[in-house]
Design a protein around this ligand. Structure first.
Ligand code: NAP
Length: 483
């Protein structure tokens, strides 16, 4: 397959927090990939900004090292790296003070798209937004990119939205959720709304239930202190899993434009029933062989923060009433795997008799590690011996099906190119984020009120046994996650 890369308009991109972990691991190596692919035009400029006192030359060395460490095979092309580094400069800026802002303005050119990426802690978002305006760096056409977490609860998200709205219009604010930049997540929309095959069956009449799993093998490790104030509900469910849920459950938007898509996503969140407490399971990983427990990682022997959540939710609308959705995410699980599993109902009547067994179609949309889709189809087991049925997967790995040219850009780089193009479709609108918190807050509040203690689970497992019970009570089971 020939890849068709359309260069974006020339831009000035300022990355606040350019010396930080996210910038070095994802943002800058991702931009280098876009540069090599010809999508980032030669006139584009990237300006790093952070507290550290360093020259542009020292910053280029830092980025060179980041590309070597975290970039792909292209990092070995020294000439390309040198050309990319030429587009970089650096300014020492204090986000909460006055220093560096005038000098930073000197890096910006008239007549180019201007974007400001806030890759810093959330406590600095408001200060930076305010200074961008007061020092005259941002104009009506500038864009700001805001990292997660977007608030800690509904009240803080509302406050942050209000602060940003004092300085920028909603059309200028890009709240990033990197899950939305994954190729398969966008493919969800292509599969649902680009084929005749699925959408007529995409409702409670034909779908028994849906499972969304995001399993990680890593623990909270070095970021235990930060994570302990958050937990899996805030860190994963409220944003990433909620976004996946919206795309899988929303009504077809009238067109593929930012507000049409985001209106439909918002309706899904607003149609969620409050979750009953016996439909939620929280877990916390224990110590394993040579591995610390969550509480040791978090540095708090009495921590009640969850590193695992499984829950059952219901969407109260015509399409989904009667089809439960199960979400599950956790750390230190058996495998690193993210997938959406759509389990169809059995046929209303089996013409093959009771011996043929129970069969159903299952559509699995894999987000990681290898992006692709599998559809289980029931066929006759080959050979003599009568009509025995067997389920076989129609397996489609996107990399295999579309060939090497189909190598998808990483989520961050893809989303940054959307910012430059001015396309907000894959970014969360302020009201979406608030609606997600409005649904999440009562669940967390009820844990606090009941002094809920998360159930322990061994590292390398599929979470606490109660998560399996949640399914078994409904005569269902999770698709197995195992190494
Ligand atoms: P980090 O490694 O702690 O980096 C923070 C950056 O902010 C550094 O470049 C730091 O500059 C800069 N900074 C801090 N205070 C500043 C100030 N007063 N003025 C100017 N710059 C200041 O954090 P990170 O892991 O990169 O995370 C950045 C943001 O992305 C956070 O909101 C985080 O929640 C979010 N995020 C991170 C990840 C990830 O994988 N790391 C994933 C998703 C979301 P100096 O080092 O020069 O002081």
């Amino acid at each position: 397959m020939v890849s068709r890369v359309i260069p974006v308009d020339p831009f000035d991109l300022v990355i606040f927090g350019a010396t930080g972990d996210l910038a070095r691991r994802k943002i800058l190596p991702g931009l280098f990939d876009r540069f090599c692919d010809g999508q980032m035009p030669p006139e584009a400029r990237i300006i790093g900004a952070a507290r550290s006192d360093m020259t542009s030359e020292e910053f280029r060395t830092l980025v060179d090292e980041a590309i070597s460490e975290f970039g792909g095979a292209l990092a070995e092309d020294r000439a390309a790296v040198a050309r990319f580094l030429d587009a970089l400069s650096y300014e020492t800026v204090d986000a909460v003070g006055e220093d560096g802002w005038e000098a930073l303005r000197g890096h910006l050119r008239e007549g180019f798209v201007r974007a400001f990426y806030f890759s810093v802690g959330p406590s600095l978002f408001g200060d930076i937004a305010e200074r961008l305006r007061s020092f005259g760096l941002a104009d009506e056409n500038s864009r700001i990119v805001v990292e997660k977490p977007f608030g800690h609860d509904l009240a803080s998200a509302k406050k942050l939205n209000a602060t940003l709205a004092q300085h920028f219009d909603e059309t200028q604010i890009y709240r990033i959720d990197h899950y939305l930049g994954k190729e398969t997540v966008q493919n969800l929309m292509a599969v649902r709304f680009g084929n005749m095959l699925f959408e007529p069956l995409w409702n409670s009449q034909f779908i028994d239930h849906i499972q969304i799993t995001v399993a990680e093998t890593v623990g909270v490790g070095g970021r235990g202190g930060y994570y302990d104030k958050s937990g899996a509900m805030r860190d994963m469910i409220q944003n990433h899993l909620m976004q996946l849920l919206c795309l899988i459950a929303m009504e077809p938007p009238a067109k593929f434009d930012p507000d049409a898509v985001r209106d439909e996503k918002l309706k899904v969140i607003r149609a969620l029933d409050p979750v009953q407490h016996h439909h939620v399971v929280r877990g916390q990983y224990e110590a394993g062989e040579g591995e610390q427990s969550y509480r040791e990682d978090a540095g708090d022997p009495r921590s009640r923060t969850e590193s695992f959540v499984a829950l059952r939710l219901n969407i109260s609308n015509w399409r989904w009433a009667g089809t439960p959705i199960y979400l599950r995410t956790g750390k230190k699980l058996a495998v690193r795997e993210s997938e959406i599993v759509v389990v169809f109902k059995e046929t209303p009547h089996s013409i093959f008799g009771p011996d043929a067994g129970n069969h159903r179609n299952v559509l699995v949309i894999r987000l990681q590690p290898d992006e692709g889709m599998t559809l289980d189809v029931t066929i006759k087991e080959p050979g003599p011996g009568g009509m025995r049925l067997v389920d076989v997967p129609l397996d489609m790995s996107f990399a295999e099906a579309l060939g090497p040219g189909a190598q998808a850009p990483g989520a961050y780089e893809r989303l940054i190119m959307d910012v430059i193009r001015g396309n907000q479709t894959l970014f969360m609108r302020g009201d979406e984020v608030e609606a997600a918190w409005a649904w999440t807050d009562p669940i967390i509040e009820s844990w606090v009120a009941r002094h809920d203690v998360p159930k322990p689970y061994p590292p390398g497992s599929s979470g606490p046994g109660d998560a399996d019970l949640l399914m078994r009570r409904d005569k269902r089971e999770w698709r197995e996650i195992k190494a």
